[in-house]
Design a protein around this ligand. Structure first.
Ligand SMILES: [Zn+2]
Length: 382
């Protein structure tokens, strides 16, 4: 940033004023308590005036600071960060919740169409529909439908439909707009998931359908490719609830942050940023620092913790980190993981170390140079 002469002058004047006040106060005999108070109040006053100066004189830097700060908080408390979602459009949030529980949402549309075609009588029954909208699926509605003479198939279709609608409601109202932490949102989703999949766990058979997968090479060149699903996805209701809650809330944070950044007009481009700890995957780590278009970057998978980081426009006067900063972080990560693999290969089964934090220090010495690290990355990415 550029400090203006005016700003500098004011800060020096402010410091001089604070100094004078202190000297004046300490020229008289003071009790220990009074002395402490004098120092505290002077410091407080200085900080307040400086903040005011910063607000008026270097607004850009201050705003950028807020973004960086929210990043910092997110890193420390991954569970949830208070974001203002008034900036996030309703359409965007709707799309997002539907994307997250995509296969259920899509399945539902088909169900809804089938219902409209085959069971006009149900749609005509206003009282039942109002009940469903208001309370979701209850034992009462089920009894009612049985009494009305609906067959088991139809009853199950309606149950499925209203249950997923209720899940969308929880995700949006509690998780996204209500700032309830993901584990609590997940807890609320569990009974509904069990309502759909039963108590034996969640099984989703998408074999043959296509999903997008990110591929990245050792030079940071990336592309999204279509991959056919070849296996049935099976997990517990608890884990599935966690995936849905966490992914939706992380995505909503990303969306709200992006909209705020776009509105600021400060951003030239974005980088993909990984958390870089023992849980980080090789692909996410390789994408660390890579410049990506919005929408082509994270999330790369369910519960992905990767983020977009803004590259500020030159006109803002804000400083961007050099390319080498990201390269260095990424290579240190790959070196650690490489050495962990190498070390574990020498240990017998059952006594392998769980992560690189347990490596003997010597193992991390002698990190190769640029070309050597490129080879290491290539080997690790396979
Ligand atoms: Zn990820």
């Amino acid at each position: 940033m550029v400090y203006t002469k005016e700003y500098e002058r004011k800060l020096i004047a402010e410091y001089a004023r604070a100094q004078k006040t202190l000297v004046r106060k300490f020229s008289a005999p003071l009790s220990r308590h009074a002395a402490k108070e004098a120092i505290d109040s002077t410091l407080l006053l200085t900080a307040a005036m400086q903040t005011e100066l910063i607000l008026t004189e270097i607004q850009a830097e201050y705003l950028a600071g807020l973004y960086l700060e929210s990043d910092l908080i997110a890193g420390k408390i991954p569970a949830y960060v208070g974001f203002d979602f008034s900036g996030a459009s309703r359409v965007g949030i709707n799309k997002l919740t539907r994307d997250t529980i995509g296969h259920i949402g899509k399945f539902n549309e088909e169900l809804a169409n089938e219902l409209k075609l085959r069971y006009g009588t149900l749609v005509d029954n206003n009282e039942l529909l109002t009940q469903l909208e208001k309370h979701g699926w209850t034992a009462h509605t089920e009894n009612r439908m049985v009494k009305m003479g609906f067959d088991r198939g139809t009853i199950n279709l309606v149950k499925h439909q209203t249950t997923t609608n209720k899940m969308l409601q929880i995700l949006e109202q509690q998780g996204i707009r209500g700032n309830i932490p993901p584990n609590e949102v997940a807890r609320q989703l569990i009974p509904y998931i069990k309502g759909i999949f039963g108590t034996e766990g969640v099984t989703i058979d998408n074999i043959g359908s296509v999903r997008k997968v990110l591929i990245v090479n050792a030079d940071g060149k990336y592309k999204w490719v279509n991959k056919k699903v070849t296996r049935v996805f099976h997990t517990t209701a608890n884990n599935y609830a966690d995936i849905i809650a966490r992914s939706t809330i992380i995505d909503a944070n990303r969306l709200a942050r992006h909209q705020t950044l776009q509105q600021s007009g400060f951003v030239k481009a974005y980088r993909s940023i990984a958390v870089m700890d023992e849980r980080t995957g090789y692909h996410d780590a390789m994408m660390h620092g890579v410049i990506v278009k919005w929408g082509e970057g994270p999330p790369y998978h369910a519960r992905c913790r990767c983020e977009y980081e803004p590259i500020w426009k030159k006109s803002t006067g804000l400083t961007n980190r050099p390319e080498s900063f990201y390269d260095d972080k990424r290579d240190k990560f790959f070196w650690k993981q490489h050495q962990l693999k190498k070390y574990n290969a020498t240990l017998p089964k059952g006594s392998k170390i769980p992560n690189a934090n347990f490596l003997p220090r010597d193992m991390l010495k002698g990190m190769p140079g640029k070309e050597g690290m490129r080879a290491v990355r290539k080997e690790m990415l396979g």
